[in-house]
Write a protein that binds this ligand. Sequence first.
Ligand code: ARG
Length: 469
Amino acid sequence: MDRQVEVALWSGRFEEAPDAFAHRFGASLETDKAMAMQDIAGSIAHAHMLAAQGVISDEDASAIVDGLGAIRGEIEAGEFAWDSADEDVHMAIERVLTERIGAPGARLHTGRSRNDQVATDIRLLAKDLCGQLMEANVSLRQALLDAAEANQNVILPGYTHLQHAQPVSLAHHLLAYYWMLTRDFTRMKFARMAADASPLGAAALAGTTYPIDRQKTTDELGFSSAMPNSLDAVSDRDYLLDLEYACSVCAMHLSRLCEEIVLWSSTEFGFITLSDAWSTGSSIMPQKKNPDFAELVRGKTGRVVGSLVGLIVTMKGLPLAYNKDLQECKEGAIDAAVTVADCLRVAEGMISTWHVNAEAMLAASGTGFTAATDVADYLAKKGMPFREAHEVVGKLVLECEKRGIGLEDLSLEDFEAASALFGPDIVGTLDPAAIAAARNSFGGTGTQAVMEQIELARRTLESDQSQIR
Ligand code: ARG
């Protein structure tokens, strides 16, 4: 007889072997391997608790714990003999354990179901993945902060509608991403909190008649609390939605950052040069240096957001409690977390090694009439109503465009002809670096304001760093 039939955990009720393809279709072993360590930790906690409650003997518990410890060592060493005849990780580990230690292994599943078991494993894994994301998040933010500190005096055009708007410092521009990622950290932390409650002991759906101690397994597994409703405990996957949402927003932020990296490293912009280590060449065009990794981070946003949409659609319409549909929740969530953690590392790699072409940024920041607002402010500060000043400067810009020159090429007479309020000091108003440096309202790009912002960012980073573990 096929081993599959012999050991199917429900073999008492069944007379026929499962169809081979149906078995493969229903299996989740490959995906589940990511939570093998969590499965073993959950089983050990369950066995300890069963023994403490007198449901199984201490000898049985020791045999289980030792057996599981050996299996854990083999899995870690890559020596465990996985068998695709096992439907999922829970059955694989329990089967091998029972083959090795006999009756005690067969007692492990007392008062437990794969339904609370899988929910426990995924929650433990989700907490771990959130921690990894938070770590990678903080590490990229450190790189952004370092780059901001190093580039406080580098000026580039700030854009709206991708048209030159007003000059800003590169530090200020990079810090904008720092704050996006700071919010992502909060979302990742929230997702970890959402996963941080134990479903173990909910059994199949309704709890159990064994005198189990849910608080004991909750504590041993490091959960903050035990879920108070067994039906909710086995069927809730909200924490994975929270994780996928946190990943999706973070991926969207990284995609925006990487879009700028792609633009900035183009010949047209020439603002940055990526390091050789974080770019690629072309197999045919010898001159090429491509921002492949930035493009890939941008591209991977699709699959990350896809996981969020996929899971919320899977969950929609599921009646209580466990349904096999829930098996589909793991792959996308694990992939989203691993993908975003990788993307965070890639962004850090690019930013910490790129070369900033400060002259190109400065030169660009003087073009496209980026001083126009300040010229209008110059008039307004001398008493002209701002709307009127806007009109005067608009006409000057139009005149420049017709003559193919910039505001800085106008003579003092040109300015005076537009308004008697203009004087020789208008020249200082046209310097992009001075324009950026002077915007010291809170949150502005001015030298002082950015220094204060860097200080605040540093404090936020320190506080977040202390919350990872
Ligand atoms: N492999 C299953 C999953 O991932 C484990 C739970 C199976 N429970 C069941 N009643 N069939 O969801």
